[in-house]
Design a protein around this ligand. Structure first.
Ligand code: NAD
Length: 491
């Protein structure tokens, strides 16, 4: 007898997608996903899965990306545990209707904002943090009381199979499902009507998602990427800065991270000092032959390896390599590579790098870096290392980015009290913590009235006296209200 996975692989076409959505709509209509207890049971199930299958997770992440075990724990497994804990701790608070003030026009009444689930939702995940970026939005969808279909990335097949095999053991299968597959399966899913689509990946596919969603007026969250700049001022603790830059670039999935520093901007006079510090730190972290280091993820597959080597091999770019550049095509590694002043019109300076290459752009004054950043699309993250409070303030004021982090890299996304998401080309919508709950909720406006306090002035016939009183009330003019009530001036 064929198992669920085989069936899924064999015939996940438009009909299969339609019937899946229909089934989940029936579940949603039953109302069971709306209860606090159901949500808690699912979130606890996911948390249990993470604890019980921790070793399997480390294994699949290693299979997909040669992810070092420590990295898997820090940037995927523990982040998911924290997301579950946070949701379980605060869910009651999030679900509670929020009382808000009324207005003169609605007096007497009470008003509240009620968060309601959207319905049947779709999460489409990428390969780079294949566990975290798939299950984290699912946690938000469940916390908000939705049914959800997860489509993991086919480029990280081991993690995708993990979801297919294990998730159903821990959650309610009538409301939470996994569909494996690539473009065909995702396209079949996208033809259906969803109540929210949450997509993480590149902007090209983001456009396909948004176009498909538009057909059904389905709202979307698009978690995209882009070229995240990192500005380095001269007056800093260089040793700490270099460690944080190297950790955020090569020590975080080897640059295959949406908020990875994509390029550095520093001054012409400081560049050499910075480069020395980066080289020393790289050697401390990954040894003299980084291609052999066990503490670095590999490039995900040969297509991405070819894409990255194309960036390096472009005319006028390869001569700009000042560190690294070695390759091991068989094992899918490129050593940490630094380039200095690659041509502005080169691909490496225009495409998101998403790998172990780090170009450095030099400017005359550090303030000039703001123009370099603002002349490009809005990035997902923007970083600055400086001790100058004025420069820091100017950076926050003038640079538009999904998020800004001062004197470190990447870790802003570990604070679930901050929304995580892009702006412009780097995405739309946000999540993490309460923002995940909100991403999958509709904020329903509810106003309660009794039958008392029925003011005749709002009803026809509209006499001049009623008009004067209404006008005064709307303008909030006590003086006008008194005059209208005493009938002055007389009509
Ligand atoms: P990917 O290739 O895994 O694609 C993402 C998802 O889109 C997959 O599930 C895939 O099956 C689906 N997909 C691919 N082509 C499709 C098509 N034609 N139609 C429908 N669905 C399709 O991942 P990727 O895009 O290579 O991921 C890397 C990009 O994602 C980078 O740009 C990175 O910055 C961005 N990213 C953003 C975040 C974030 O949180 N903002 C996180 C991770 C990655």
């Amino acid at each position: 007898m064929a198992n669920e996975k085989d069936l899924n692989k064999q015939r996940f076409d438009r009909e299969a997608a339609a019937s899946l959505v229909k089934e989940l709509r029936t579940t949603f209509a039953s109302g069971k996903t709306k209860s606090y207890e159901w949500r808690v049971a699912q979130l606890k199930g996911i948390a249990r899965m993470v604890y019980e299958k921790e070793n399997e997770l480390v294994e699949v992440l290693h299979k997909d990306l040669s992810k070092p075990e420590t990295e898997s724990h820090v940037t995927e497994i523990s982040m998911v545990k924290t997301a579950c804990k946070h949701a379980l701790k605060d869910l009651k608070k999030w679900m509670k209707p929020e009382k808000v003030n009324g207005s003169i026009l609605t007096f007497p009444s009470s008003s509240e904002i009620v968060s309601e689930p959207l319905g049947v939702t779709l999460v489409i995940a990428p390969w780079n943090y294949p566990f975290l970026l798939a299950i984290d939005p699912v946690i938000g969808a469940i916390a908000a009381g939705n049914c959800v279909v997860l489509k993991p990335s086919e480029i990280s097949p081991a993690t995708s199979s993990f979801f297919m095999e294990f998730l159903k053991e821990y959650v309610d299968r009538s409301a939470i499902r996994v569909v494996e597959g690539a473009v065909d399966e995702t396209s079949a899913l996208l033809e259906q009507k969803w109540d929210k689509i949450f997509y993480t990946g590149n902007g090209k596919v983001g456009r396909i998602i948004m176009a498909a969603a538009a057909k059904h007026l389905t709202p979307v969250v698009l978690e995209l990427g882009g070229k995240s700049p990192l500005v380095v001022d001269a007056n800093i603790n260089l040793q700490v800065a270099a460690r944080r830059i190297v950790a955020g670039k090569w020590g975080s999935n080897n640059g295959q991270t949406c908020v990875s520093p994509d390029y550095i901007i520093t001054t012409k006079t400081f560049a050499a000092t910075l480069i020395d510090a980066l080289k020393n730190t790289l050697e401390q972290f990954f040894g003299k032959d980084p291609l052999q280091s066990k503490d670095m993820s590999r490039i995900v597959n040969s297509n991405h390896f070819a894409r990255l080597t194309r960036l390096l091999d472009e005319d006028n770019v390869s001569s700009k390599i000042i560190h690294g550049g070695e390759r091991d095509e068989k094992r899918l590694y490129i050593s940490p590579t630094i380039l200095l002043d690659a041509p502005e019109d080169s691909q490496i300076m225009n495409e998101e790098i998403f790998g172990p290459l780090l170009p450095i752009v030099t400017v005359d004054k550090v303030e000039d870096s703001f123009d370099v950043i603002n002349s490009r699309s809005k990035p997902l993250a923007a970083y600055i290392f400086t001790n100058d409070k004025r420069l820091e303030g100017e950076f926050v004021r003038t640079v538009s980015a999904g998020g800004i982090l001062i004197n470190d890299t990447i870790i802003h996304l570990a604070n679930a009290n901050l929304p995580f998401g892009g702006v412009g080309e780097s995405g739309t919508g946000s999540y993490h913590g309460k923002f995940s709950f909100e991403a999958f909720s509709h904020k329903k406006a509810v106003l309660h009235r009794g039958f008392g306090g029925d003011a005749p002035m709002r009803y026809p016939p509209y006499t001049p006296a009623k008009q004067r009183l209404l006008k005064a009330l709307l303008e909030g003019s006590i003086y006008g209200i008194i005059l209208a009530l005493i009938g002055w001036p007389r009509a």
